[in-house]
Design a protein around this ligand. Sequence first.
Ligand code: FE
Length: 145
Amino acid sequence: MKFKKIGNKWIVRIDKGEEIVQTLKQFCKENKIKLGTISGIGATDRVTIGLFNAKHKQYHSKELIGDYEIISLSGNISTMNEEIYLHLHISLSDSKYNAYGGHLNSAVISGTGEIVIEEIGGKIEREFNEEVGLNLLFQEKNKTN
Ligand code: FE
């Protein structure tokens, strides 16, 4: 992995064999990036994507192995229980140029990953919402958000 900071943006190259979610989480932790947006492109050969079933409040996931272009990686950085929390979605295309995607659980880079993180000064904590079944942005009782 390599990176360069320009203004409030971080340009990050993720290398072959590195897993995107863990690499970016560690990167944000080391550089104290607690709030921001993530966008990127690249290639992966092992990816796990998910779909949230809103009715049953459960995530379903699927592992895909093969050559995939990462058409678009997008998401955000926040915190939960003071820990860095990434929420990422991904669009992929396969050898037939079909596209699909979902919530990103993990993806191992096969070629390169070219990511831009835009840092937003400040911090927003997440909190689990029982009604929705997800960790939502903002704490209901915390006036500092
Ligand atoms: Fe999601």
